[in-house]
Ligand binder design. Structure first.
Ligand code: FEO
Length: 164
């Protein structure tokens, strides 16, 4: 079954969106590094690497279906946030938007009767639950403990443990 043009365009857009996610989280890593929060920065770096893996899943899938990967310009991410909490909240909001985008892709695949793409996207549906959860947990910890140096240091140590 040939990949329809509309589906191909949407998959290429999502490939770009995943690379933007990587760029956004790398920008957050740089922001945390500038604040001396090495654990937060490490967590975001690992997150950025994960987003590149997501992008590559789209890359491989498009190729597997005989489509043409077209790389587009990656939007410039922000460089500053008002606070540590604000940056993490922005991450959570971004993940919620990604969840919406994946959901729209599923709708499109269904509309076009493209079962392979629908099945391919299931992995992302599950992954988005994890993505939102991990940001929400950090945000909750920040909201509970606040941004005192002591609370930040503890959380920073915890986030430093994230495995690649
Ligand atoms: Fe690629 Fe964070 O979702």
């Amino acid at each position: 079954m040939e990949l329809k043009r509309e589906m191909l365009d949407a998959l290429n857009s999502q490939l770009n969106a995943e690379l933007y996610s990587a760029y956004l989280y790398l920008a957050m890593a740089a922001y945390f590094d500038s604040k001396g929060l090495k654990g937060f920065a490490h967590w975001m770096r690992v997150q950025a690497e994960e987003e590149v893996e997501h992008a590559m899943k789209f890359y491989d899938y498009i190729n597997d279906r005989g489509g043409r990967v077209i790389l587009r310009a990656i939007e410039k991410p922000p460089t500053e946030w008002d606070s540590i909490t604000d940056a993490i909240r922005a991450g959570l909001e971004h993940e919620r938007a990604v969840t919406e985008a994946i959901s729209s892709l599923v709708d499109l695949a269904r509309k076009l009767g493209d079962k392979p793409t629908e099945v391919f996207l299931h992995w992302f549906i599950e992954e988005q639950v994890e993505e939102e959860k991990s940001f929400a947990e950090i945000l909750q910890a920040l909201q509970l403990a606040g941004e005192s140096p002591q609370a930040l240091l503890l959380l920073d140590q915890r986030l430093a443990q994230r495995k690649d």
